[in-house]
Design a protein around this ligand. Structure first.
Ligand code: HEM
Length: 416
């Protein structure tokens, strides 16, 4: 093995600091130092870490990179599921597939998960936002995370799919467990022979969704996303049963914790920048600009990853086939070449450049829904919560590296 270059040694040191929980509250100075090094090779993973905006954007649409992250290391991962798990649990998500499978599945799902389907949720989301904010009434302190940001997105997607309200609590429980899966590829995996903590929740969720799909096939409903996914057709092609179940689980998992963090990171940014909280209260029309700036400044997804399908060069780094390519999106957002004065929270920027929903063929399918929820939630928070103040700053952060979010967001207030 050739000796590590100075840049590799510095990069390894910075990645070590990033993985240290003490950095969770403010990883941005470390991102800036990493960006100063350009793409960095980490032999131990082996992986290249990319932090520049233009590099991340270019690589997200580079066909030499594969989204099949599980191929990292070159061998098939162990099957963690029990033998009696429904077959849909082994169906790959299109988030982690390449063309032509990805193209086909994404096209079919897009037929049902349309802008119209999202827009017709607006009044229902507005009512849910008010319902969860009502919980703050009559209390001096309120945890914005557990009382508001966390229950909202899972309830919204359950309503959109047509899950009976009495069963929504099951989904809240499962999606919390499944966050570990989304974060899995960078944190320590379960030891040999151990079942990862998220497996039981995943299996139960698949069982439930299998039954729900069977029920909707027997009795389709108007304006429910499951019935529309069943009916979705592209050139005579349709989603198979397991593809359909896996896709519904993907929508729940990909859309939950991310939107929770958009709302919680957004409330935090507004509380730390009271001039913008006041501006949003005075003019709810600012909500779209506030949401875009949060997606740039403190995004819910800090990184994504790909696998190099062939030997390639990124910047000055030679990347052998099958290496992991880690794209630090949150570092790219603060690249001054993309966004001037990047460390400033400023929703009045003339142009906000961010990769908060990814870019290219895997661009977030749920972006319109997430944006709508973010806008309604933050505008209502600003309008209704009187004189909100942070009780702990910084709040405690969760351990995740790629999904960034707080574990609690306690505020004091003067009424809702
Ligand atoms: C993909 C972020 C909400 C469904 C992605 C990707 C990102 C992202 C960064 C690309 C991942 C990659 O390229 O590796 C977010 C953020 C959200 C959010 C920050 C909230 C603020 C949602 C919601 C849903 C959703 C609400 C659905 C209900 C998906 C799906 C994909 C995806 C299905 C895969 C798309 C594909 O592979 O073609 N999201 N997401 N997301 N997201 Fe979201």
């Amino acid at each position: 093995m050739p000796a590590a270059t100075d840049s590799e040694t510095a990069g390894l040191h910075l990645i070590g600091r990033l993985l240290d929980p003490a950095s969770r509250a403010d990883p941005y100075p470390i991102y800036a130092q990493l960006r100063g090094l350009g793409p960095v090779w980490i032999e131990q993973m082996p992986a290249v870490v990319v932090t520049g905006y233009r590099d991340c954007e270019t690589l997200l649409r580079d066909p030499r990179l594969s989204a099949e992250r599980w191929r990292h290391g070159g061998s098939e991962p162990e099957d963690p599921y029990p033998p009696d798990a429904p077959p849909s649990v082994r169906q790959p998500w299109f988030l982690s597939q390449d063309p032509p499978d990805h193209t086909r599945l994404r096209r079919l799902v897009s037929r049902a998960f349309t802008a119209r389907a999202v827009a017709r949720m607006e009044s229902s989301i507005g009512r849910l936002v008010d319902h969860f904010l009502d919980r703050a009434a009559g209390r001096d302190t309120f945890d914005v995370l557990s009382g508001f940001a966390h229950p909202l997105p899972v309830t919204v997607i359950c309503r959109m799919l047509g899950v009976p309200p009495a069963d929504e609590h099951l989904f809240r429980e499962w999606s919390s467990q499944l966050t570990r899966l989304v974060d899995g590829f960078l944190t320590a995996a379960a030891g040999a022979g151990e079942t990862p903590a998220w497996v039981p929740g995943m299996v139960e969720m698949h069982r439930y969704v299998n039954d729900l799909v069977a029920d909707r096939r027997a009795t389709p409903r108007r304006e429910d996303l499951i019935s529309e996914l069943i009916a979705a057709e592209d050139d005579g092609d349709q989603l198979g049963h397991d593809e359909l179940v896996a896709t519904i689980v993907l929508l729940l998992v990909a859309g939950h914790e991310t939107t929770v963090n958009l709302i919680a990171n957004g409330v935090l940014a507004l509380l730390r920048h009271p001039e913008w909280l006041a501006a949003l209260r005075a003019d709810p029309g600012l909500a779209p600009a506030v949401v875009e700036e949060i997606l740039r400044y403190d995004p819910p997804v800090h990184l994504t990853a790909r696998i190099a399908d062939q030997d390639m060069t990124i910047g000055e780094v030679r990347v052998p086939a099958r290496s992991l390519v880690i794209l630090l999106l949150a570092a790219a957002h603060r690249d001054p070449e993309a966004n001037p004065d990047p460390d400033r929270f400023d929703p009045s920027r003339a142009q906000v450049r961010h990769l908060g929903f990814g870019f290219g063929p895997h661009f977030c399918l749920g972006a319109p829904l997430a944006r709508l929820e973010g806008r309604l939630a933050l505008a209502a928070f600003a309008r209704r919560v009187q004189d909100p103040r942070l009780i702990a700053d910084p709040p405690p952060y969760r351990e995740h590296i790629n999904l960034r979010g707080v574990g609690e967001l306690l505020i004091a207030h003067a009424g809702v």
